[in-house]
Design a binder for this molecule. Structure first.
Ligand code: WTA
Length: 628
């Protein structure tokens, strides 16, 4: 890896922005803007927050009682006022807010005024069910507009939404509902995956059977024929909203009021509920969307994420709507029904900003350049990538097939950070594979394990000062929140290994902990291990991430079988199915190897690092603590 990086750094070409790109960008001189922001970050964030509407102003920008931060103290706001009301009162009222394209070729279009009315109806219906500020609502929906409507309706009332990606299985959904103690579940009858209808309601039924806090389930029925609902406990979305008023005032909330909880994987088997709040998250997602994508009113902004993940929260829903943008959201995979799908959408809707992932780019790369070449992509002006390191080959391909002159914003951030922290802006010269420099107001660095800045070279990515959109805690587990701030003294530790070059450019290399990024999705090895171990044939399991050409990383499991169990291809299949049932398709190991022992420390901890080195034919490093 290190050797590969050396040559990369030497050969890396610098792509300078065109004069036109710089001319129209909000930030024309990165260094000047960054230095000014960092000279007094609180003043910088204060100025940004003032671009938005508040019910009442704050008296203090930041209260920092290490490691607990509060932003915009005394201020009251509601993120939905800035996503909706602010635009509905302006000329944007009839501007398109959301274009939704379904996998079956359907199209639904919402103006700001229409989205506002739908959100209000949903909020009124939530109130009618007796939902109170602070209550949790679990949203388990496919990528359809109701997902945005439900999220905003919760936020409007100060309810806390917990969106769970609709690819998760019943046990995974169940544990997330239980941890959040949700009162309500919102789901749909079906999602679609490459033309196949995937029933979601049975997953919810199975999960809520063990969730006594759930009082009601709301079901968006895409197929009105299918599936009966249990009277009293289950409601049809349309019937639920019928007759509700399209007016509903947003509730004024203290800036630190929780907006949502979103579960993500870490180093233990239990996912962490990352908590974000109205005020700071609003400021962070608003300004990063605006500056990074140079978002203007005439843009059509297409982000391929699923609202079930943080990218969907911050860069499909909140960031773009805060800016009054036209957001395009497309259900389905990039290569269904053909590998021309996304290029076709870009041409058809005149997309100007396209935010995607390295995995998707590599997948489309496999199908060749003919597909993009068959489409007029001349409306594109800014591109984006997120979720995992983008390899220079994929970067160059993406750059070339889209015309060779559109800057790619390789945005680095995390569920915990709420918004983009290290990223190019359109005016910044690019090096393929590097997320370049910190966003204004963000003091990012690369340090050794004692927190000493390494200048140039490799180390751990950290953030040295609080920022508005940072998570406020981990739900029900403040100790886990603390661990982000006390692993390396005085800093927020991101858990990423990173290299900083002579120009101060950041090169994120992957996770330093036991988290694997499969197609950009964050999977904890411990979660997959406990799923494997819960199978009756398994005694012990260890899971590692391994490089994969398209997905970036893939999961490999090493399994010790119980005595008397035979290794057969059927058993391997069963184990895979079992993981799918426990966690969902995205967590299934691509490879499972049956072994008779696992490398462990004397205290019995599995040394995944050693397994991984062996698997990749590398030097395992220091193995003095190895038992055998
Ligand atoms: C990785 C996704 C390299 C990183 C927004 C981080 C990246 C984790 C990039 C967070 C990037 C995200 N380059 N690596 N541009 N963006 N990552 O919480 O390892 O799903 O820690 O948030 O994704 O994943 P999460």
């Amino acid at each position: 890896m290190a050797e590969h990086l050396e040559t990369l750094l030497k050969t890396s070409r610098l792509y300078r922005p065109t004069a036109q790109t710089v001319e129209r960008a909000y930030i024309k001189d990165y260094d000047a803007a960054y230095q000014a922001s960092i000279a007094n970050p609180e003043r910088f964030w204060d100025g940004i927050a003032k671009e938005l509407e508040w019910f009442s102003p704050w008296h203090t920008v930041l209260e920092w009682k290490y490691p607990w931060a509060k932003w915009f103290l005394g201020g009251t706001c509601n993120i939905t006022c800035n996503c909706l009301d602010r635009h509905v009162r302006s000329w944007r009222s009839n501007k398109v807010a959301v274009i939704w394209v379904g996998e079956q070729g359907e199209e639904r279009i919402f103006t700001y005024a229409e989205l506002y009315r739908q959100v209000n109806r949903c909020a009124n219906a939530l109130t009618r069910l007796g939902m109170q500020q602070g209550d949790r609502v679990t949203i388990y929906l496919p990528k359809i507009p109701e997902q945005i409507i439900a999220m905003l309706a919760c936020a409007r009332l100060g309810l806390i939404h917990s969106v769970v990606y609709s690819g998760f299985s019943a046990p995974a959904l169940e544990s997330r509902i239980q941890d959040a103690e949700a009162r309500l579940a919102i789901t749909a009858d079906y999602g679609y995956d490459r033309g196949t209808a995937i029933p979601l309601k049975p997953v919810v039924d199975k999960a809520v059977a063990n969730c006594p806090t759930i009082e009601k389930t709301i079901v968006v029925r895409r197929d009105k024929q299918g599936g009966d609902l249990r009277a009293g406990r289950e409601l049809d979305w349309d019937e639920w909203l019928e007759g509700e008023s399209t007016a509903c005032d947003a509730r004024p909330l203290d800036a630190e009021t929780p907006l949502y909880v979103l579960y993500t994987s870490g180093t233990t088997g239990k996912p962490k509920g990352v908590v974000h709040v109205h005020g700071g998250y609003m400021v962070g997602t608003y300004i990063t969307t605006k500056y990074v994508f140079d978002l203007k009113d005439e843009d059509v902004y297409f982000c391929v994420a699923d609202p079930g993940w943080v990218t969907g929260h911050s860069y499909i829903v909140y960031g773009p709507l805060l800016n009054g943008a036209t957001v395009l959201m497309a259900e389905g995979k990039p290569d269904y029904p053909t590998p021309g799908r996304w290029w076709e959408i870009i041409e058809q809707y005149g997309v100007s900003i396209f935010y995607t992932t390295p995995t998707a780019i590599r997948l489309l790369m496999k199908y060749g350049e003919d597909w993009p070449q068959h489409h007029d992509l001349s409306t594109l002006r800014i591109l984006g990538s997120v979720g995992e390191p983008i390899n220079p080959e994929a970067w160059e391909w993406f750059h070339r097939v889209t015309g060779g002159d559109k800057p790619i914003m390789d945005t680095w951030w995390q569920t915990e950070t709420g918004s983009i922290l290290v990223t190019p802006l359109p005016c910044v010269p690019l090096k393929p594979g590097s997320a370049t420099r910190p966003f204004p107001g963000i003091e990012a660095d690369v340090v050794d394990k004692n927190g000493r800045s390494i200048g140039t070279g490799g180390g751990f990515a950290v953030i040295k000062k609080p920022w508005p959109s940072m998570m406020r805690t981990i739900l029900n587990d403040p100790d886990r929140y603390l661990s982000y701030w006390n692993t390396i003294p005085g800093c927020y530790t991101a858990g990423d290994v990173c290299h900083k070059d002579d120009d101060g450019y950041f090169w994120f290399m992957g996770r330093a902990d036991d988290v694997v990024k499969v197609a950009g999705n964050r999977i904890g090895t411990a979660e997959v291990e406990s799923a494997l171990v819960s199978h009756e044939a398994v005694v012990e399991a260890a899971v590692i991430g391994k490089p994969h050409q398209t997905a970036g990383e893939m999961i490999k499991g090493f399994v010790i079988l119980k005595q008397g169990q035979q290794e057969t291809p059927e058993l391997i299949d069963h184990l895979k199915q079992h993981v799918q049932m426990e966690l969902g398709k995205i967590a299934v190991p691509r490879e499972i190897e049956i072994v008779t022992s696992l490398p462990k420390t004397r205290s019995g901890k599995i040394m995944r690092r050693v397994l991984k080195a062996k698997e990749l034919g590398q030097d395992p490093g220091d193995i003095s603590t190895l038992e055998e």
